[in-house]
Design a protein. Structure first.
Length: 98
């Protein structure tokens, strides 16, 4: 995902009423009360969302962060992050909410 698309996604995550909630068992949710939507994330996806909100500006920054915290290869991290970002972009930024 290019930097402009990441910036748009980060802007949306930080400028709306979006809330991230983590339960005691480590399960995380992203809640969009404006559209009554809830997304459930695993620990890695929650980490990526938080890194985006903190200002990560490239997919490679996200890959580096994931590789440094989780037991995953850069290639696997890159693929999984790409899929997550595409899913987030479609679900959060698409006006239809699909």
């Amino acid at each position: 995902m290019d930097a402009a698309r990441l910036a748009r996604l980060r802007s949306f995550l930080t400028s709306t009423a979006m809330s991230a909630v983590t339960l005691n068992d480590g399960t995380s949710f992203l809640v969009d009360p404006g559209r009554s939507k809830v997304a459930r994330f695993n620990e890695t996806a929650a980490f990526v969302v938080e890194e985006l909100k903190r200002g990560a500006s490239t997919q490679e920054e996200l890959v580096s962060g994931v590789v440094s915290v989780f037991d995953v290869s850069p290639e696997e991290a890159r693929r999984e992050i790409g899929e997550l970002l595409t899913t987030l972009e479609a679900g959060l930024l698409d006006p239809s909410g699909s």
